[in-house]
Design a protein around this ligand. Structure first.
Ligand code: PLP
Length: 398
């Protein structure tokens, strides 16, 4: 059978392969500490679950509009106003089946052979995978440790050519935990005035996950780029709802916005019809209900993050910058003299610690590993003791 080449160019997300291998080892009776997956280890708050159950009991199990229930889109508009101070219309909001479909939609809207798309490296692996799939040239923008894992406006702008159609940015970032300061984003937006044809996809899915007084800057706060800005967001991380497949995005509308919203609406009609209805009711409850469970989760991530940094930095050969956002740590392991993916695989097989090698997030991820703080402090301590033991055993022979 002959299938189209685009599917052969598509990549994967190795965190899922690590999860599968960790589960296989666990099934043999091994004690595995899983710091591999980017999924909060908290339950969805009960009032959100109840809202979905109630919706089903009330008979809410038919199709909704392809763009999402008006009430869910209105809730997103309220949320956006309260977090960013920016008033948006519910008619700019698309309810999506998770965060990834917004990436898919944005990248397939702009990617084709001959086009170039800029993306952060190290960064979420699906950006690169989907760019490759479209046949566009994937142009990495290096995200550097010496820059606090923020992106550099100057370096980003320097990569733009007449072929550039889309620029993808992500702050707070996966896998580095970097948060780009507002001043740098201002520089980027000012520079983008010279490239009015370039659209921007801002992945803001970790928007509330910042620490040490750091503040997330939404690209929505820059009116000059609104007619070419796509904002990706969703419920997965903030409310521990990864398996619900609930995301939202904000799109330019009308002819001056390239009719992007309407194009994505058509994609939804052709592909998923609508996001499942009870989940959309749960999404409203998440936004409008009490946020105490979110606050508790963020407090836990903050304290785990400090623990991870302190313990990793005590291991000779490892240097871990303090992540300012998301729930990952991205320590530099170059001095250990082991390739990052080999280290990740040996830690899993030999020590039962699941984590992801930096190169799974792009070529500039070599020399790093990603630990997700989605485990209790006790389990994190256990994982890092095992890493320390591994490093000691390896260096013992030298
Ligand atoms: N964007 C970033 C930066 C992520 O880290 C993730 C998930 O890990 C997503 C988007 C995708 O989220 P979802 O699971 O809702 O598709």
């Amino acid at each position: 059978m002959q299938t189209v080449a685009a599917f052969d160019r598509m990549g994967e997300e190795n965190a899922f392969a690590v999860l599968a291998r960790a589960a296989a080892l666990q099934a043999t009776g091994r004690d595995i500490v899983n710091l591999g997956i980017g999924q909060p280890d908290f339950s969805t708050p009960p009032h959100i679950v109840e809202a979905a159950i109630k919706a089903l009991r009330d008979g809410q199990h038919g199709y909704t509009p392809a763009t999402g229930l008006p009430a869910t889109r209105e809730a997103v508009a309220r949320r956006t106003l309260s977090l960013t101070g920016v008033e948006i219309s519910p008619d700019e909001v698309m309810i999506m089946p998770g965060g990834k479909p917004t990436m898919f939609a944005a990248i397939t809207l702009f990617g084709e052979p001959g086009a170039e798309i800029l993306y952060p490296d190290p960064g979420f692996p699906i950006y690169r995978s989907m760019i490759d799939c479209t046949g566009a040239r994937a142009v990495p923008v290096p995200i550097r440790e010496e820059n606090g894992f923020a992106f550099s406006a100057e370096e980003t702008l320097s990569k733009i050519t007449p072929k550039t159609r889309l620029l993808i940015i992500n702050s707070p970032a996966n896998p580095t935990g970097g948060v780009t300061p507002r001043t740098e984003i201002e520089k980027l937006v000012a520079g983008l005035a010279d490239f009015p044809e370039v659209a921007i996809l801002s992945d803001e899915i970790y928007d509330v996950m910042t620490y040490d007084g750091e503040r997330h800057t939404s690209l929505l706060t820059f009116p000059d780029i609104r007619n070419r800005l796509i904002v990706l967001n969703g419920w997965s991380k903030t409310w521990a709802m990864t398996g619900w497949r609930m995301g939202w995005s904000i799109w330019p509308t009308g002819p001056e916005g390239g009719n992007l919203y309407d194009k994505v609406r058509k994609l939804a009609v052709n592909c998923w019809s609508c996001v499942n209805t009870p989940s959309q009711f749960a999404g409203i409850a998440a936004i409008d209900g009490p946020q105490d469970r979110v606050d508790e989760m963020l407090t836990a991530f903050d304290s785990r993050r400090k623990l991870v940094v302190e313990r990793l930095n005590a291991i000779p050969g490892i240097r871990c910058a303090t992540p300012k956002g998301a729930f990952y740590a991205f320590p530099n392991i170059a001095d250990l003299g082991i390739k990052a993916k080999v280290l990740a695989s040996r830690l899993l097989e030999e020590k039962g610690v699941a984590l992801v090698g930096g190169p799974d997030f792009g070529e500039f991820g070599e020399g790093y590993i990603r630990l997700s703080c989605a485990a209790s402090e006790e389990r994190i301590e256990e994982a890092i003791s095992r890493i320390a033991e591994f490093v000691e055993e390896e260096s013992g022979g030298r």
